[in-house]
Design a protein around this ligand. Structure first.
Ligand code: ZN
Length: 439
């Protein structure tokens, strides 16, 4: 046995939602091999003392844009349209070196807050893949493709620059390190693309076993604009053009109709709700109970650091539960266990990783976090699942491991060169993004 985490409170997130107090979890070759109240007979190479800690599956952030960390806090008071304009101006100056530095900072933030796997929808997926490969964390990386809505005639998947970039990235990175990295197809949104692109990407994703990431119906304006233009809702339109034939991860889902949810549920699509980014940007929040009732898998996302301010999924869990309780005027409308499930089990399902992570179970990857329960805001603890959702914060995470390898321990990031990333961000990225060129 390589590692034993001993004397720890274990929140398994298994089918029975078992919680073990004073338990022991053993890890061999990156897999969980022992979960019990008693330690294993075999002596481990390393013991991690879990006294005063809670061990749980690593959180899965199913919607972010890692590289927008370079633009954090830039347009926090602007409307969605104004913010997007600002973002596009800065993104025009971005390059893969900036994306790499920003994605490194964001990956460190994820690990620091107990996130072991992310779904990322952005540009420069090759640069982000390099960061993820080095970091040791898991990721589903999608290239956010776009086309002008009326540029339909010219499209050819084999000549389109972004489609060819996706193909190159998928050939190099899809399945990297036994599936630690997966590549997905993606579009930013319905309103930034057209049906030929959707059909081309869906066909490529279907042939190559990729998922499909997008933003869907985040605002009433985009939903209404699509209906005015086409007579169909965005979901109906995308469904007509084969997008739902592959596993879809749809971020937002704030302005869906009952029929949209029914269609998405029938196709086992995942809704990724982003309640904090929505609230920050003045958007309505998705109706989690309606999505669940329609058969959708509901996972959680922070959105990017630009959109959300930070990548703390603990805050998102809390906000998701609170938003449903407030909307339903019912403190039992969404339990803490359900919020934890969305951040773990349902996240793994959205990423096509349900068999490998999201629970503490023998045979699964040791994607685990230790949450330090010795802080004043976690004392006393009458109910550990309630405390994880309503009292804990990302900053309480003391250790994050993926496949049994420690990636964050008490302020240290053994796999990331954070100093270099900060230097790159300050000395290269900031001047390139923000300084006006000299005459
Ligand atoms: Zn987003």
């Amino acid at each position: 046995m390589d590692t034993l985490i001993s004397n720890v409170t274990i929140v398994t997130m298994n089918e029975r939602m078992d919680v073990l107090f004073g338990g022991h979890v053993g890890i061999t070759d990156g897999k969980i091999v022992h979960i019990a109240k008693v330690p294993p007979k075999e002596a481990p190479a390393e013991i991690i003392d879990g006294t005063g800690m809670v061990l749980m599956p690593g959180l899965i952030n199913c919607h972010t844009h890692l590289a927008t960390a370079a633009l954090r806090s830039l347009c926090d008071e602007l409307s969605i349209t104004e913010a997007l304009e600002q973002q596009l101006k800065k993104e025009a100056r971005m390059d893969s070196r900036i994306a790499k530095a920003a994605a490194t900072i964001a990956a460190a933030e994820c690990l620091r807050f107990g996130v072991t796997s992310v779904s990322d929808l952005y540009y420069y997926p090759a640069a982000t893949a390099e960061v993820i490969a080095d970091s040791g964390m898991k990721a589903n990386l999608a290239l956010s493709s776009y086309r002008f809505i009326d540029a339909v005639e010219e499209f050819d998947f084999h000549k389109d620059e972004q489609c060819q970039e996706l193909k190159r990235v998928a050939e190099k990175w899809h399945g990297h390190d036994n599936g630690r990295i997966k590549i997905d197809a993606g579009i930013w949104a319905e309103y930034t693309s057209n049906h030929k692109l959707w059909e081309g990407l869906a066909a490529y994703a279907g042939e190559n076993g990729l998922g499909f990431q997008l933003h869907l119906s985040q605002t009433q304006d985009e939903a209404e604009s699509c209906e005015d233009r086409t007579g169909l809702t965005q979901t109906e339109l995308l469904s007509c053009h084969k997008v739902l034939t592959v596993p879809v991860t749809a971020a937002g889902c704030n302005c869906l109709t009952d029929m949209d949810r029914k269609i998405l549920g029938k196709h086992h699509a995942s809704a990724v709700v982003t309640p904090l980014a929505d609230a920050k940007q003045g958007r309505p929040c998705a109706s989690i109970p309606d999505c669940v009732k329609a058969g959708m898998n509901v996972a959680l996302g922070t959105d990017g650091a630009l959109e959300a301010g930070n990548l703390d999924l603990f805050e998102v869990m809390r906000a998701a539960a609170m938003s449903v309780r407030a909307a339903k005027n019912d403190p039992a409308a969404l339990s803490a266990s359900a919020a934890l499930m969305m951040a773990t089990v349902c996240g793994a399902r959205a990423q096509g990783r349900a068999a490998e992570c999201g629970m503490i179970k023998e045979g699964m990857d040791a994607d685990l976090i230790l949450v330090d329960f010795s802080a004043p805001h976690l004392m006393p603890c009458h109910n550990v699942t309630n405390a994880l959702v309503f009292s804990a914060k990302g900053g309480d995470v003391a250790m994050t491991m993926v496949r049994g390898k420690k990636l964050y321990v008490n302020g240290h990031f053994p796999t990331l060169d954070l100093n270099n990333a900060v230097r790159e961000l300050m000395e290269y990225a900031m001047p390139k993004l923000f300084e006006e060129p000299k005459e």
